[in-house]
Design a protein around this ligand. Sequence first.
Ligand SMILES: [Zn+2]
Length: 162
Amino acid sequence: MSKIQPQADGSIWYCKTCVLPNTRPNLRIRPDGSCDCVAMSAKLDQSEADRLKEFELLVTYAKDKNAEYDCVIPVSGGKDSTWQVVKALEHGLHPLCVTWRSPGRNQLGERNLRNLVNLGVDHIDVTINPLVERTFTRKDCSQVSISTGYLRRELSRRIWKH
Ligand SMILES: [Zn+2]
């Protein structure tokens, strides 16, 4: 059973609403057991209909570009990225999905990613030079609060040249 309250021993615990773990970078779980994301979404004053209308305008904008891809979706194969791909496809978008092949990917992660790609999308699986990855992973491990931020920024810089 998931823990929903902070543990003094530093063990992992989860948001009682969305089940994100406290190990997720920049996520703070409040004393009531809900994370910042839940609190932020509760503050949104837009109705669901307004948000859908705004999203549909964005979809129209992307489609009107007539580019090879309408959007880029960073994917892991987890529930969030799979949901994003499903929604993009439901709205007729042609996404390019991109994954940083993390050193921790296991068979279940691989299967989930295959399932996502089999929804019918183009996918780039990026493997970083292991020497570079090792350097950034060491730096991340020595600064736990930063987590994989260095690696993601480096990957973004190399792919998009900014
Ligand atoms: Zn949450």
